[in-house]
Design a protein. Sequence first.
Length: 347
Amino acid sequence: MIISESANLHRLVIHKTGNKGKEEGIKFSKSPVQLNETIRDLLIRYFLFPFKQQEYFNFYHDADLSLNEVFHFSAAIFDDPGSFYLNSVNLANHLYECSSHPKVRPGELYISYFQNLELDGQALDAIGIFKSESKETFLKVYPDGDNFTIEHEDGININKLDKGCLIFNRERENGFVVASVDNLSKGNDALYWMDDFLKVRQRNDQFFQTSQTLTLCRNFVTEKLPETFEIDRPGQAELLNKSMKFFRENDNFVMEEFVSEVFEQPEVIQTFNEYRRDFEVERDMRINDDFDISGQAVRKQARVYKSVIKLDKNFHIYIHGNRNNIEKGYDEERGMDYYRLFFKEES
C-alpha cells in the first residue's frame, strides 16, 4: 500500500511531448520548477491520489535489464540526484520516441522526485513520471463593482490524472518496484505507455499470485472442464462460486487444500494439475503452492468471476448457491431447452 501523508515533493521539472508520428516535437523546460507550499500540496494530491491499487510491476528487458531505458535513467537519478534534470530530458526523449500511435495525444510531462513516500510501511525515495493529455474548461466568477464577471479558462483537473507511474528505490535487482495508472488509453494505443515506454511486467507478489491463480481456475472451469467431463453451465457456475468462496474466506492459499475442497474428484484434480502446468508454460510464470491471498486482487477478479447463464437475449440466471436448485431439460413440443428453478421465497 502506498501512503503519501509524509511524502515530500523534492524536485519537479515539466516538459511537453507531442506525437512523433505527427511530428509534433518536444518542448523542454530549462530548469526544475520552484514550488510554493500550496502548489506543492496540490501537486502531491494530483500525482499520488490515483495510486490505490496494490498491483505492482518490475521493469524488464528481454536481453539485459540495464537496456530498459526508464530503468536505466531512473537508476542514474537514484545514484546521483544531481543528474535529475539531465535524465528528465532523457526520459522525455524516450517517451517521444514511443509516441507514434495516431491516438497518442500531446501533453505536459512531469518528472518528479519524492522523498519519504511510504510503500508497505517503508519510507522510500521515488521517481514519479506523469503525463496530462486532457484539458477541461473551468469558469471563473469574481466581483466586478456591483456585478459579477464570468470568464473561462482551460486547465487540468487535479482529480483526474491521465497517466502516471511511481518508481520506488527498492528491489533494483528485480527492476525496481513500479506502480502505474493509465486512465485514458484503451486498446492498442494503451500499449505505448506500459509496453513501449515503461516496459514493465507484473511483480511476482501476493497480488500477482492471487490474480493468476483465479484466472487459472476460471479458465479451467469454463474452457477445459467442458471438453473433458460432462459438466453443464450450472455445474461450472457452482465451481466458480466455490473457488471464489475459498479465496474470500481464507487469508492463505494452499493449493492442495484448494483443489481438494473445490474439485473433490481425483480425476478432475489430476486434469487441473495438468492444465496448471500448461498454463504456467504458456505464460512463462509459476504459480506457488502456497501464498498469502490479496484481498484487493480477489475483489478485482470478482468483477469477471460472475456465475451467469445467458439465455438467448431474454434472460440471465445468476447462480450464487445450491446447484441442486436448478435443473435443465428439453421441451420436445417447443423444441427448446429450459431451466427449472426451485426456491422458497421471492423478493
